[in-house]
Design a protein around this ligand. Structure first.
Ligand SMILES: [Zn+2]
Length: 467
């Protein structure tokens, strides 16, 4: 029988290895067969992937698209265009939008907004706030409603930030119990808020305005202590604890030890904690300010070592765009923390892993298969197998190119990796059998209309309205 689409001549890369082979896609946009290279499929459309790697699309478990509320710097259209151009076929968007998605009505409204604009598939985190966590809170019934509406995970903060009220230790412990009962992952921004507040006030009062003061106010101990506290406060609950954006190797070790003890815990890091040090803060100033801060080369090398040991479960972009105006505020202390990265994550990870002798299956595991598993989207996403969505990235592993911010689809075209030499380039991105992005001599282009992307629920991972 003729297939709708075939991808031929490429090397198929999964978390288990890389083999030359062909793929076919059926009318519903799912992979219908994975074939040996000698088997030439009969298909209505054939994409020649000779010389290219064919990977499952990236499932970015950590991105901020700022929509609704902060759309001067990004929205679901521009953010998912950047995703498509970076080989990200599923965006799992974090809940720092305004209004905060900590109740059903706000969550549903956000889902609508995303649904009208997204060009790749998407899932949504919900926010944990004192209002919906506390047994006495005014939104105490909302956690179950948010889960019912398809929230993929819940996220809370231990730090003081203007975007979301923090959870103190008591509320955190309650959150672990309550989210644990719902069976969904709980992600925690783990830094010690009190220590950071004290050190920041002290450094600021002493007149420090240089970029390195940001890291001094958030030393490694603030992450290690917070991760240790999370692991203690969640003990005895059924919570699936996901430690987001870890930057300190010893914090990763704490998570690994908890897993060794049989706990359901996971550790995420981000490309910038694997590729940039505090030197970038000195060089780029506000454009390298993020939380946790960029750290020493000791930390970066230690994170790679943990990654090689399999102690890191996933890599997420933590794409956190802000306008240049926001980034160039007078005082460094008032500059919002976040760096862009959704379009760059995959080429950067592939380049760095190849340079360090880490096989590409590790990239697939960290950026695609594991995040799909963590958020209940596997095996619909994150794997090249019959029945899975045909979400594919065609990557050219020989292309040497220099990253320039002009290539970015993001509303705010800046990247802390400006000028980096990369050795892997996204040639084409396919979501459910449909090409959403192609690279070309004049630059890449998006091939679908806003709204092509579908909402994904955890569990079967099927979109709204499907059987
Ligand atoms: Zn984040």
């Amino acid at each position: 029988m003729q297939s709708r689409l075939a991808i031929t001549g490429g090397v198929l890369v999964t978390e288990h290895g890389a083999v030359p082979g062909n793929l076919t896609v059926d009318e519903s946009g799912r992979i219908s067969a994975v074939l040996a290279e000698a088997v030439i499929p009969d298909a209505a459309e054939v994409v020649d992937a000779t010389g290219l790697l064919v990977l499952p699309g990236v499932v970015d478990g950590h991105s901020h698209l700022n929509d609704p509320g902060y759309t001067d710097s990004e929205d679901f259209y521009t953010g998912t265009c950047g995703a498509a151009a970076g080989g990200v076929t599923t965006v799992i968007e974090h809940p720092l939008t305004d209004p905060l998605p900590d109740s059903l009505d706000v969550f549903l409204a956000k889902r609508e907004i995303a649904g009208a604009k997204a060009v790749v598939d998407y899932a949504l985190w919900a926010a944990l706030t004192p209002d919906n966590v506390s047994y006495q809170g005014v939104k105490t019934r909302e956690l179950a409603r948010l889960a019912g509406a398809g929230a993929v995970a819940f996220k809370g903060f231990m730090t003081f930030t203007w975007e979301i009220p923090r959870l103190d230790d008591g509320l955190l412990m309650v959150a672990f119990r309550r989210v644990g009962e719902l069976g969904l992952p709980i992600g925690v921004h783990s830094e010690n808020g009190e220590v950071i507040r004290y050190l920041s006030e002290h450094l600021r009062a002493s007149g420090r305005e240089d970029p390195l003061s940001h890291g001094e106010a958030r030393p490694e101990i603030t992450e290690r202590e917070a991760v240790a506290r999370v692991l203690e406060l969640s003990r005895g609950s059924e919570a699936r604890v996901h430690l987001v954006h870890l930057s300190v190797p010893e914090a990763v070790d704490l998570v690994a030890r908890a897993r060794f003890e049989g706990r359901t815990v996971s550790a995420e890091t981000c490309p910038h904690y694997l590729t940039l040090t505090e030197e970038a803060l000195t060089r780029l100033g506000p454009y390298a300010k993020c939380n946790p801060p960029l750290r020493s080369s000791r930390c970066v090398e230690g994170m790679w070592q943990r990654l090689s040991l399999g102690r890191i479960d996933s890599v997420g972009s933590d794409h956190g765009p802000f306008t240049r105006q926001e980034k160039e505020r007078d005082s460094f202390w008032d500059v919002p923390a976040g760096v862009t990265g959704i379009q760059v994550m995959l080429p950067l990870m592939v380049t760095e892993c190849l340079r360090r002798g880490i096989p590409l299956e590790s990239v697939v595991r960290l950026c695609s298969s594991n995040p799909a598993r963590l958020f209940g989207l596997y095996p619909r996403k994150g794997v090249l197998a019959p029945g899975s969505d045909a979400d594919l990235v065609l990557l050219d592993p020989r292309e040497q190119w220099e990253l320039t911010s002009g290539e970015l689809f993001a509303k705010e075209k800046w990247t802390p990796h400006e000028g980096w030499r990369l050795t892997a380039r996204v040639r084409r991105t396919i979501v459910r059998g449909q090409t959403v992005y192609v690279d070309g001599p004049g630059g890449g282009r998006i091939c679908v209309e806003p709204g092509y992307g579908r909402f994904l629920r955890p569990g079967a991972g099927r979109e709204e309205g499907s059987a």
